[in-house]
Design a protein around this ligand. Structure first.
Ligand code: URA
Length: 232
């Protein structure tokens, strides 16, 4: 059971205050009964909620896929920069959305945004070994020897990185697949070889590729098939 004002604000772009006004104007109906208080608790899985005559589509959680552009930080709030949450559809703005994992400000590509903490924890846990694949452009040349070194687990200073897959595409472009997500991981791995990362784009999480209908900066809900692919 949950408060009616919370359910409505989470599932629309109405604020709790807006909901109060709707209630005052007798515009909120649950199972044929006019609601007279925002504190009333109902079961959104069972009860039918109408707002000004329109049925509410209730969703417990929201799962969004974003094609992250450069210049946005992977956080919910930031004093200086725009955040990935700013790119989410307005109708979800009353939810506590957060990015499931981080991409650097200058990294682009696949990002999952949700309000389901357990799901986020699951896809980020190193124990689950969910792979994340990146397309990388480097400042200099790759060498075949690096394939084995990445596979064995690079040691950079005091840091040991987990086994990673390096697929060389050209002298300075490659795919890297990681199963962990350490801070600046790919940039630090290539630093070992005095290479700078010029472009970094995440293209896959689990078995979900960045959907090709999403331009940079676009964000939409995942289909249930896409959602399953992340963990399958
Ligand atoms: N590795 C990095 O260095 N940066 C990212 O954003 C992701 C992986």
């Amino acid at each position: 059971m949950e408060r009616i004002d919370k359910i409505i604000s989470n599932n629309t772009n109405l604020s709790r205050n807006d909901v109060k006004k709707y209630i005052k104007n007798k515009l909120i109906i649950v199972n044929n009964k006019i609601i007279d208080s925002p504190k009333i608790k109902i079961d959104p899985n069972v009860d039918k909620i109408f707002i000004n005559g329109e049925i509410l589509k209730y969703q417990k959680y929201v799962y969004l896929v974003l094609n992250k552009p450069k210049g946005y930080v992977s956080a919910t709030v930031d004093n200086l920069s725009k955040t990935v949450i700013d790119l989410c559809p307005d109708k979800f703005k009353n939810r506590n959305l957060f990015p499931a994992g981080r991409l650097d400000k200058d990294t682009t590509g696949l990002m999952i945004i949700t309000d389901d903490g357990e799901f986020a924890h699951n896809i980020l846990s190193p124990k689950k070994h969910i792979k994340k694949q990146y397309y990388v452009v480097l400042s200099g040349n790759l060498d075949n020897i690096m394939i084995d070194e990445f596979y064995s687990g690079l040691v950079v200073g005091n840091e040991k990185f987990k086994s990673a897959k390096l697929e060389i595409l050209s002298n300075n472009t490659c795919y890297v697949t990681l199963t962990e997500g350490k801070y600046h991981e790919i940039k630090r791995m290539f630093k070992k070889y005095n290479l700078d990362v010029i472009e970094l784009k995440r293209i896959m999480m689990g078995n979900l590729f960045l959907p090709d209908d999403l331009d940079e900066g676009e964000c939409r809900e995942l289909t249930s098939e896409e959602l399953k692919k992340i963990t399958s």
